[in-house]
Design a protein around this ligand. Structure first.
Ligand SMILES: *Cc1c(COP(=O)(O)O)cnc(C)c1O
Length: 471
C-alpha cells in the first residue's frame, strides 16, 4: 500500500487512498468505514449520516456502526473461501469481538455462522436468528450450565480441555442430549505450537497457553472420544492469536491442523472439519499494513489443499472464525471534547466524555488509535495533543500525541476502527453508563444498543436494611 501525503496534513488523509471501488476494497486495510466521506460543510459522514448530527440526536459518546462495511467484510470472507477452496467452507464470526443482536444478525444474513464463548453469547446468537448448527461454542472454562445450554441448543462444542470432555461424556450418561437427537458434536481444540508477532495478551498459539489441549495429549483425547458413544468428533481446531499481519503462521497452521485431523481419523473418528481460527489484523493507524481478507483467505485455502494433498486426505470442511477483521473497521466512536489542560513545554491534554470504559484497549494492550475532528476535516493538523479519557486513572489515555486542528470544548472527535473489542470489553468503571450504538446505512440511523442510564447502574444494587439511614 502506498502512503501518500498528497492531501496534505488534514483529516482528509484518513479517507481511503485506494483507487478501487468501495466494494472491492478490503476494509481491514482502511482506517475509516467504506462509506466515509466529507460533505460540503467539511464534516465527516458515515453511511450517509453526518457524525455531528448523529451525536446531536443520539448523544455522546456514540458508537457508529457502518452496515455496508460489515456486510463487505462478511461477504469478502465468504466469497474468498468459496473461490479458493474447492471443498465445503463456512466462515464464522467470532462474536466476542462485538456480541449484540444487530451485529450477529447482519453476519448471519451474509451466510456466516457464529463462534461464541459464553451462555450470554449463545443466547445473543440464537435470538439474533443464527441457526444452531452454525454456532460453535468455545472457552477454556465453560460451566456445566453453559455446556448444557449449548448441547441442548444443538450447538457444536469446541472441547478445550479434559474438563469439557468429561462433562460432556457425563451428559451422555445422564441423558442430556442434543436438540438434534444425535450424539453431541465435539470439535477438539489444541495448541498448535506456532508463535506469531503480536501482543503477548492476544497470543494463543504457543505451547504455554491456557487454551486448548497440549498437542502431546491428542492421542489420549481421540482415544477417549472414540470410546464415548454420546460424543461425535467433527474435527479439530486451532487459533494462533490476534491482530496478525503475517501470512506465514496461517500457512504453517494448515499443515499442523491437517496432521491433527489425520490423527483423529486414525482412531476411527469421522472427523471431517477443520477450523483454522481467526486473527487477521486491521489497520488502526497509517503505519499498519495488514494483508487483505482475500490474500489471507487464499493463503489459508491453498495451504489446506496442499496439506491434504501431502497426506492424501479428502478435503475437510474448512472453517475460520475472524472477529476483529470483520467488525473492527466498520465502527467509529464519536466523543465530545471537554476540558483542555495545557502544560507549557510538556503536553496538552484534551479530555473527552468517554475513555477506558468504552475503549479499554489502549490501557490494556497499549493499542494505538487514530483520531480526527468531525467538523474540520480539511483543516490543517496544527496541534499535537493527548486525548485523555474522563476516568480516574492516569493511564486512561486514548491517544498520545495525536495531530488535530485546534479544538475546543464542544468539538466532536472521532476515533476510528473501534468495532472490535470495544463495546464487548466495555465497563461501567467510575459508574459511567455505556454509550449507545447506532447502525447507519444510506442516510438512515437506527439504535442497536440503547445508552445506559444512571438507573441502569443502580439496578443490581441492594442496600441491607441495617445500612439504611433513618430520616
Ligand atoms: C479471539 C478468537 C478469535 C477471533 O480472533 P480475531 O483476531 O478477532 O479474528 C477466533 N477464534 C478464537 C478461538 C478466538 O479466541
Amino acid at each position: 500500500m502506498v502512503l501518500t501525503q498528497s492531501r496534505g496534513e488534514s483529516g482528509l488523509q484518513y479517507l481511503s487512498e485506494s483507487k478501487e471501488a468501495p466494494q472491492s476494497r478490503s476494509p481491514n486495510q482502511e482506517l475509516l468505514p467504506l462509506t466515509a466521506s466529507v460533505n460540503s460543510s467539511d464534516r465527516l459522514e458515515i453511511g450517509g449520516c453526518e457524525v455531528t448530527a448523529l451525536v446531536e440526536k443520539f448523544g455522546s459518546p456514540l458508537y457508529i456502526l457502518d452496515e455496508e462495511t460489515l456486510r463487505a467484510t462478511s461477504s469478502q470472507y465468504r466469497d474468498a473461501f468459496e473461490r479458493y477452496y474447492p471443498g465445503e467452507s463456512q466462515v464464522l464470526y467470532a462474536s466476542k469481538a462485538w456480541s449484540c443482536l444487530a451485529v450477529c444478525a447482519i453476519a448471519a444474513s451474509e451466510g456466516l455462522g457464529i463462534d461464541v464463548v459464553s451462555a450470554g453469547e449463545i443466547r445473543t446468537a440464537l435470538q439474533a436468528g443464527v441457526s444452531f448448527d452454525k454456532i460453535y461454542f468455545h472457552g477454556n472454562n465453560k460451566s456445566r450450565e453453559e455446556l448444557k445450554l449449548s448441547v441442548e441448543s444443538g450447538c457444536t462444542i469446541v472441547a478445550d480441555n479434559w474438563h469439557d470432555l468429561e462433562t460432556l461424556a457425563d451428559f451422555g450418561k445422564l441423558g442430556v442430549s442434543s436438540k438434534t437427537g444425535g450424539p453431541i458434536r465435539v470439535m477438539v481444540r489444541f495448541t498448535p505450537g506456532i508463535e506469531c508477532h503480536t501482543h503477548d495478551y492476544i497470543k494463543t498459539g504457543q505451547i504455554d497457553s491456557k487454551f486448548g489441549f497440549d498437542p502431546n495429549s491428542l492421542d489420549r483425547v481421540f482415544q477417549f472420544i472414540s470410546e464415548q458413544p454420546s460424543l461425535y468428533c467433527v474435527g479439530v481446531h486451532a487459533h494462533i492469536g490476534s491482530q496478525i499481519f503475517e501470512l506465514q503462521p496461517h500457512d504453517d497452521l494448515a499443515f499442523v491442523i491437517i496432521g491433527a485431523l489425520t490423527k483423529a481419523q486414525s482412531y476411527g473418528l469421522s472427523a471431517t472439519e477443520i477450523n483454522i481460527g481467526g486473527g487477521l489484523g486491521i489497520r488502526y493507524t497509517k503505519t499498519d499494513d495488514p494483508p487483505s481478507i482475500e490474500d489471507w483467505a487464499r493463503t489459508v485455502c491453498t495451504a489446506v489443499v496442499a496439506a491434504c494433498d501431502r497426506h492424501k486426505l479428502p478435503l475437510p470442511k474448512l472453517l475460520c472464525e475472524p472477529g476483529r477483521s470483520l467488525v473492527g473497521t466498520a465502527c467509529v466512536t464519536a466523543y465530545t471534547v471537554g476540558s483542555k489542560k495545557v502544560i507549557p513545554g510538556v503536553r496538552t491534554y484534551l479530555s473527552v466524555d468517554g475513555g477506558m470504559s468504552d475503549n479499554p484497549r489502549p490501557i490494556t494492550y497499549q493499542s494505538v488509535y487514530q483520531v480526527l475532528a468531525a467538523e474540520k476535516m480539511s483543516a490543517p493538523l496544527t496541534e499535537t495533543v493527548t486525548i485523555a479519557g474522563k476516568h480516574c486513572e492516569s493511564g486512561d489515555i486514548l491517544i498520545k500525541d495525536a495531530k488535530l486542528p485546534e479544538c475546543q470544548a464542544g468539538d466532536i472527535l472521532v476515533v476510528t476502527a473501534t468495532g472490535a473489542y470495544n463495546y464487548s470489553m466495555s465497563s461501567n468503571y467510575n459508574r459511567v453508563p455505556r454509550p449507545a450504538a447506532v447502525l447507519v446505512r444510506k442516510g438512515e440511523a437506527h439504535t442497536i444498543l440503547e445508552r445506559e442510564t444512571d438507573e441502569d447502574l443502580l439496578r443490581f444494587d441492594r442496600l441491607p436494611e441495617r445500612l439504611r439511614t433513618q430520616k
